[in-house]
Design a protein around this ligand. Structure first.
Ligand code: FAD
Ligand code: SIN
Length: 539
């Protein structure tokens, strides 16, 4: 079956849904998403959205905090535009029905997180993401022009080298016409052609053994865009959240930074605090500092985890402010009002991604990107807490505006004839049993060799292993009928390779990238983005 639409949106998190709402007055919109519509990183966001909404705060202070966290690699024009538009997007979310927690005067109740000089995180208790996702889905479902396809996994972008039809001088530019999508229930590849395509597929936490991200976060968008020829930037900057719940029987679960914002203290098993040795802001230092401090303490003690203590806070306050965290921990036998919470760092956020310009465009014509899959220059070498939901909603808007303009130019043009793809032959189950183990292997060596603290030797080891695995996974993918697990494994492997190559090339330590063989920041050679493009290599 071939489906045609004006706007194809891949991903149903905050980025994809906000964009779909904005373009839907101008043409037909199809949103494809690989699981149920709400399953996304967005759905699990806890802390909230950073925005200047209090008279005690200022845009300058938020901009300054963001630039400091980004460690010299943020694009100031992007940071300024996003932060100054923040209050407008918070109001838009209120209008679509997000019920933000209010203080006793009816203003927004504001949380504090690491690296912020003020309380500025607008939130819905500690389940902000679920509220955002539900409100946006309700709004999207009320629009006749938008159709959502659940259980549809994008495999690859449909592109065509297009010489005549481009606007940017004499260099050939690749053009996107939609995507090949696997209908999981029917186990069939469908061709979705579109005038405009948006990638909003989120992050890649599942490339690592320990992560706060749900199963969907397998780097699909970055891998698809890379294969299609887009520029991919700054993939070495993977953010590790300092406090993921450590529990042998629990799926990974985040303990929000807002818990430290309310006074939570990090402690060793013997009850001693340690953050004062690492930074004057202690528990509220930027994430890279706190994650490295915990990593260093764990290496010294040999323990599996450190502890977060909020037992000194009023227990009614804790239950009201953090109901999600309180209930989750209670199901695992930990009453956080009386007991310390065992925590470890875990892969949390991909600061790099598809190189995306201020209008949401990418290096592929008619392909736009927003949210975690993109690298816009907002986060630089280290994202400031709660700036990603803000960036995603802002870039959904910027992309929507330029997509609508581009759509008007494409409107009269015919849809291209795109050859379908078939799932032929018999799936080699026995071979898959062996190849499927590659996933754990990649996750393990990414954790050990390309984690919080890196070295040239470890990165080289990771490089030689990913080369071998990627080759056998690609081969299996091309020889067998397509299955979702194979698509995801292929994307995990490609994303891992991009992270390793970027990390190997950056011969300095900056922000989230810390290499013991190059422990200093190099302002002369390395105050720049790492860019990789297929067939062009690194620059
Ligand atoms: P997502 O919300 O991840 O959505 C991606 C969508 O793409 C999903 O629907 C997915 O199913 C779909 N998809 C992926 N691949 C494919 C494919 N091949 N085909 C079809 N569909 C596909 N940020 C903050 O600013 N504040 C917070 O408080 C905060 N808390 C967080 C807590 C947790 C536990 C986590 C994991 C992240 C948190 N973040 C927070 C980060 C933030 O939630 C994400 O960066 C943001 O939600 C990303 O939005 P997105 O729209 O880009 O992607
Ligand atoms: C958190 O609540 O700690 C997550 C915030 C974020 O990732 O921005």
């Amino acid at each position: 079956m071939a489906i045609r639409t004006d706007f194809l949106v891949i991903g149903s998190g905050i980025g994809g849904l906000s964009y779909a709402l904005k373009v839907s007055d101008f043409g037909s919109v199809v949103v494809v998403t690989k699981k149920e519509d709400s399953e996304s990183n967005t759905n699990y966001a806890q802390g909230g959205i950073a925005s200047v909404v209090s008279p005690e705060d200022s845009f300058e202070a938020h901009i300054d905090d963001t630039l400091k966290a980004g460690d010299g690699l943020c694009k100031p024009e992007v940071v300024k535009k996003v932060i100054k538009s923040g209050p407008k997007y918070i109001e838009e979310l209120v209008k679509v029905g997000v019920n933000f927690t209010r203080d006793k005067n009816g203003g927004f109740d504001l949380g504090r997180e690491g690296g912020h000089s003020k309380k500025r995180v607008v939130h819905v208790q500690d389940f902000t993401g679920r509220e955002l996702e539900n409100a946006l889905l309700r709004a999207v479902k009320s629009k006749k022009n938008i159709q959502i396809y659940e259980n549809h996994t994008a495999i690859d972008l449909i592109t065509q080298r297009c010489i005549k039809d481009y606007n940017f001088g004499s260099k050939e530019k690749i053009k996107c016409f939609g995507a090949y999508i696997l209908d999981i229930d029917k186990n069939k590849i469908e061709t979705f052609t579109s005038k405009i395509t948006l990638l909003a597929t989120g992050g890649a936490g599942r490339v690592y053994l320990h992560t706060t991200n749900p199963q969907i976060a397998t780097g699909d968008g970055v891998a698809m865009a890379y294969r299609a020829g887009a520029k991919i930037a700054n993939m070495e900057f993977i953010q590790f959240h300092p406090t993921s719940l450590y529990h042998p029987f629990g799926e990974s679960f985040l303990i929000s930074e807002a818990v430290r914002g309310e006074g939570g203290k990090l402690k060793l098993r013997n009850g001693k605090t340690f953050m004062d040795k690492y930074h004057p802001l202690k528990e509220l230092a930027a994430r890279d500092v706190v994650a490295r401090a915990i990593d260093s303490e764990l290496k010294k003690s040999g323990d599996f985890c450190v502890f977060l203590d909020i037992t000194h806070l009023n227990s009614d306050f804790v239950k009201k402010r953090f109901p999600n965290i309180y209930n989750k921990c209670l199901t695992l036998g930990i009453d956080i009002t009386k007991e310390w919470i065992p925590v470890v760092p875990a892969a949390h956020y991909m600061c790099g991604g598809i190189l995306t310009y201020l209008d949401g465009t990418t290096d592929i014509k008619n392909l736009f990107a927003c949210g975690e899959v993109s690298m816009t220059g907002m986060h630089g070498a280290n994202r400031l807490a709660s700036n990603s939901l803000l960036e995603a909603i802002a870039f959904a808007d910027f992309s929507a505006k330029s997509s609508i303009e581009q759509f008007k130019k494409e409107k009269g043009k015919e849809f291209p004839q795109v050859k379908g793809r078939e799932t032929k032959g018999k799936f080699d189950k026995k071979e898959w049993v062996i190849i499927s183990h590659d996933k754990k292997e990649i996750q393990n060596f990414m954790w050990d060799y390309v984690g919080i603290v890196r070295s040239d030797r470890r990165l080289k080891k990771a490089e030689s292993r990913i080369r071998i695995l990627l080759k056998e996974i690609e081969e299996f993918f091309h020889l067998n009928p397509v299955k979702e697990e194979v698509v995801e494994l292929r994307n995990i492997a490609t994303t891992a390779e991009l992270i390793i190559l970027s990390a190997l090339s950056r011969k300095e330590s900056r922000g989230l990238h810390y290499n013991v063989d190059h422990p200093e920041r190099d302002e002369v050679k390395w105050k720049k983005d790492t860019i990789i493009q297929k067939n062009e290599g690194l620059s």
